[in-house]
Design a protein around this ligand. Structure first.
Ligand code: UT7
Length: 334
């Protein structure tokens, strides 16, 4: 006898945490090092400042703070966690996995911990993996982290990237839902065609660290902003529309859109394309810029007081790969 439909396990978010470093890099700071202006940056991106983690600290340090914030706020005993999954493309080091390092720093032993790299889509990829683990019935408490110290890869003299990126970390706890409500569905995609338009080439097996790779600036993030911009709007919009439709909802049923925060103009264009009512889109890009895998959990965490039990929430992201997707969920926290 199989499990009846009514016995299906559904994962839901039962706790959330976040962390951003203290140190701010404002548009005025960038005016001093590159030919740009606060006015241009605000108009073209919506960003006013970003947070930058101190040298000597790494992605794991921010993730640890975000997890501690979650544990304290929701009284979670970290010894009860089954699995720790970290979406990041700026790991502390190539090995061991940042998830392993985080577990060590938190003193959690014998835990299944691993990283997922899907750049700016990483949190949505990890969220879907985490919910599948919970749905399988084999895992009861899964931490899903999105964390990136992208400032380690930003050339502060390159105005095509230095204006966009900042550091941060967010985390959610997934558990089986008591009333079969929570993470409803996800559409996740990649096509591999974006490799030339957005990448950090250096330090991998293709271009290991060498004098020539460093001289060529291969260890910095590079992007063709216009190509990324155009693809982002189309891809996020399509998956938003499809995930809402295939679950028999309309965009009017969606209470909040929480998009990846890469550029305010992209966020506005997606909102227009999918015809979501004004005021339903959560944005915090002005304070943090693009924190890669951390944007969505950070935005959710900051706005947690606005999210009400039963709200239908649409998440969407786009990033290197290209990789992209959308997730539909019912908010179940009080
Ligand atoms: O999460 C996924 C990762 N990334 C993204 O989603 C980012 C996607 N792309 C973007 O956000 C935008 O393409 C940028 C913000 C990177 C650039 O904005 P844009 O509107 O595409 O600007 P542009 O590159 O077309 O440049 C327009 C003008 C140019 O001058 P001219 O040729 O019109 O005289 C540039 O030289 O603005 C100039 N410009 C700047 N001026 C001041 C380009 N960058 C800057 C700058 N400050 N930082």
């Amino acid at each position: 006898m199989g499990l009846g439909v009514d016995k299906r396990i559904v994962a839901n978010i039962t706790a959330i945490g976040g962390f951003v470093p203290e140190n701010r890099r404002t548009n005025f700071d960038l005016e001093k090092v590159t030919e740009t202006s606060d006015e241009w940056i605000v108009k073209r991106t919506g960003i006013k400042e970003r947070r930058i983690l101190d040298e000597g600290l790494a992605t794991s340090d921010m993730a640890v703070e975000a997890i501690k914030n979650l544990a304290v706020t929701y009284s979670i005993d970290l010894a009860t966690i089954d699995c720790l999954m970290v979406a990041t493309s700026t790991p502390d080091m190539l090995m061991p996995a940042t998830a392993n390092i985080i577990a060590g720093k938190l003193g959690i032993e014998n835990i299944w911990a691993f990283d997922i790299n899907a750049a700016c889509s990483g949190f949505l990829y990890a969220l879907n993996m985490g919910s599948s683990l919970v749905e399988s019935g084999r895992y009861k408490r899964v931490l899903v982290v999105g964390a990136d110290k992208i400032s380690s890869y930003v050339d502060v003299y390159d105005r095509s990237t230095n204006i966009l990126f900042g550091d941060g970390a967010g985390v959610v706890l997934l558990e089986p839902s008591a009333d079969q409500n929570g993470l409803l569905d996800a559409i996740l995609m990649s096509n591999g065609t974006g490799k030339e338009s957005l990448h950090i080439e250096g330090g991998g097996s293709m271009y290991p660290a060498s004098e020539t790779s460093i001289e060529a600036g291969r260890h910095f993030i590079k992007q063709d902003g216009k190509v990324v911009f155009k693809n982002a709007i189309q891809s996020m919009s399509d998956t938003c529309i499809n995930v809402v439709k295939r679950n028999n909802y309309t965009m009017n049923d969606v209470q909040w859109l929480i998009p990846h925060q890469a550029n305010k103009r992209i966020i506005d264009a997606v909102g227009k394309e999918i015809e979501i009512e004004e005021g339903k889109t959560l944005v915090n890009i002005e304070k943090y810029g693009n924190t890669i895998a951390a944007t969505i959990p950070l935005c959710m965490w900051e706005n947690v007081h606005r999210l009400k039990k039963g709200d239908l929430i649409l998440l969407t992201a786009f990033g290197a790969g290209f990789s992209w997707g959308s997730t539909l969920l019912n908010w179940t926290l009080d």
